[in-house]
Design a protein around this ligand. Structure first.
Ligand SMILES: Nc1nc2c(ncn2[C@@H]2O[C@H](COP(=O)(O)OP(=O)(O)OP(=O)(O)O)[C@@H](O)[C@H]2O)c(=O)[nH]1
Ligand SMILES: [Mg+2]
Length: 232
């Protein structure tokens, strides 16, 4: 089918080994679960096309191993991301702690302009294993509130909240794009009315950053295809 894509979003999965990142990706893109899945090697990604209003959005979800050597993949993996899913396993408190100690600081290190440039969601996966719960919902919610993240518990196994996660992160990103589009149009109007519009040029630059991100995401996709071909 031929269609025009209005926006391409890159969303990255982050979290410790075995929290279920790859199965979440599988569930979001193919509606499948693979209990014999192996730990991810290199970088993997899946694409899903969705409609928001009258716009066609291509969402790329990127996945890598929780144990991946940070420096070797960081630049390509984080580059151009406009959404991040911070994933922990509700049955393993260490994986929740590592989001605070490792994954969130890394993400912020790669996005020094701050969280306004990237929509972040906190995801407690394996919600089907309630009997083995080790992270209270209240603690996760408090961490999310403190950082202004949306929080959801999911199960890649029984699919609960997985579509909800995907739709929420996509519409949150889309809202940012719309806000920036509005800022750009407003700034352009102000620029026409005034001979020295410093705020306008600043905002124009921010919008440029969004465009550059989308383009660089596409460039990184081809880089990652080469990588996974080498890995296999
Ligand atoms: N019960 C249950 N098990 C899950 C769920 N998601 C993943 N698992 C299991 O958790 C293990 C790890 O899943 P993966 O998807 O490979 O985890 P990962 O985070 O991609 O791991 P790395 O690639 O090593 O970083 C597998 O044995 C899965 O079967 C879930 O929602 N519920
Ligand atoms: Mg994996």
């Amino acid at each position: 089918m031929d269609y025009e894509t209005h926006y391409t979003f890159k969303v990255i999965l982050l979290g410790s080994p075995a929290v279920g990142k790859s199965n979440l990706l599988n569930r979001m893109i193919h509606n499948k679960f693979d209990e014999n899945i192996k730990s991810t090697i290199g970088i993997d990604f899946g694409t899903k096309v969705i409609k928001i209003g009258d716009k066609t959005i291509k969402a790329q979800i990127w996945d890598t191993a929780g144990q991946e050597n940070y420096k070797s993949i960081a630049r390509a993996y984080y580059k151009g991301a406009v959404g991040a899913l911070l994933v922990y396993d509700i049955t393993d408190a260490k994986t929740f702690q590592s989001l605070q100690d490792i994954w969130l600081p890394r993400l912020r290190n790669e996005h020094p302009e701050g969280d306004s440039d990237i929509r972040i969601m906190l995801i407690g996966n394996k919600s089907d294993l309630t009997a083995k719960r080790a992270v209270a919902k209240e603690d996760a919610q408090a961490f999310a509130d403190q950082n202004k993240f949306i929080f959801l518990e999911t199960s890649a196994l029984d699919a609960s909240n997985v579509d909800n996660t995907f739709n929420t992160v996509s519409s949150e990103i889309y809202k940012v794009v719309c806000e920036r589009e509005l800022e750009r149009v407003t700034a352009a109007g102000r620029g026409a009315a005034s001979s020295t519009p410093p705020a306008a040029s600043e905002r124009g630059a921010r919008k440029e950053a969004v465009n550059i991100n989308s383009t660089s995401a596409a460039a990184v996709v081809s880089a990652s295809i080469e990588r996974s071909e080498t890995a296999n």
